[in-house]
Write a protein that binds this ligand. Sequence first.
Ligand SMILES: NC(=O)c1ccc[n+]([C@@H]2O[C@H](COP(=O)([O-])OP(=O)(O)OC[C@H]3O[C@@H](n4cnc5c(N)ncnc54)[C@H](O)[C@@H]3O)[C@@H](O)[C@H]2O)c1
Length: 349
Amino acid sequence: MSVVTHTRPLAKMAAPMVSRAVGVSSVRAFSGTPRAQNKVTVVGAAGGIGQPMSLLMKLSGKIDHLSLFDIVNTPGVAADIGHCNSKGKVMGYKGAEEMAASLDGSDVVVIPAGVPRKPGMTRDDLFNTNASIVKGIAEQCAKSCPKACFLIISNPVNSTVPIFAEVLKASGVYDPAKLMGVTTLDVARAKTFVAENQGMDVDKVEVDVIGGHAGTTIMPLLSQVKGANFTEEDIKALTHRIQFGGDEVVKAKDGAGSATLSMAHAGAYFAEKVLDGLNGVKGIKECTFVESPLTSAPFFASPCTLGTEGVSEIHGYGQLSPFEQTLVDENVPALVKMAQKGIDFVKNN
Ligand SMILES: NC(=O)c1ccc[n+]([C@@H]2O[C@H](COP(=O)([O-])OP(=O)(O)OC[C@H]3O[C@@H](n4cnc5c(N)ncnc54)[C@H](O)[C@@H]3O)[C@@H](O)[C@H]2O)c1
């Protein structure tokens, strides 16, 4: 069922055009002409996520020009990855003075820059440091590659995506179809844990994860997993594990950071899907955190179709179980607050 279809730019659209109706299946539709788009820049490329993610992107052979930017160490990372015998040129750029060159002409910019969590920290505890890092990166992106797709990994995603949007808006270059918070790791965890629990083939499990990317705002839709048969206990335990899977890694790493390798895999996968969409591959649907009219939260993750101009369609989340509906009802106010925190940060800094 298509509820609302509207033309771009979404930035100019009045606040949510659809009610929080359950069962909404399609609320945004765009179209465009396929063209080759193949420069990807990784900002934060020398970090725990940045390095393995850049390696996976290089190995994909799908990227003509992989540009690696960081404030440290990128010449070495680029020289190293550049020796891998897969298609594509790799260039390294270091420091503020080289940032514009790294971003220039980018079709996709993936951003895992900033500090990660230590044991006992929530993603929101990273706000003070990462908010200014992300704001600075957004300011340069607005100047150097305003038409790129921006994929935000830096936490807290629930606030950094709104920060990025505000900066682009202030520069008059915001396109909501091209700004995405990366929630792919939540989907990866959901698929992995559900497959284990149900004895299913992990390659065939599909789980949508909606909401945001922090604690209980991560909401897996287990009632919609085809072929699964969960007990109520399973649902509670799995939901909790998917929501707090990141903490398992933070605890196990014991002060050495948060998820990097699984995030690198998820980030490279999602970037490749965005690139495929830009290049005209049809039927790509992935969960991502975008400006969304589905709830009263300005940004919300749900399944989205990726097309030649970024997100071409935001899909609804279908029929929720009472357990899932309660989660949504309880977590939308937190998402509103976290988005507002990001917006206020840009206004006041
Ligand atoms: N979205 C997700 O699912 C998810 C999952 C895991 C981690 N994260 C987040 O990703 C971020 C990075 O994590 P990590 O483990 O790679 O951290 P890290 O500290 O290993 O690497 C971060 C990199 O960012 C660089 N950096 C800092 N400021 C920069 C700037 N202004 N411009 C360019 N680069 C800059 C640093 O030099 C460093 O190389 C953290 O905020 C973390 O919380 C998100």
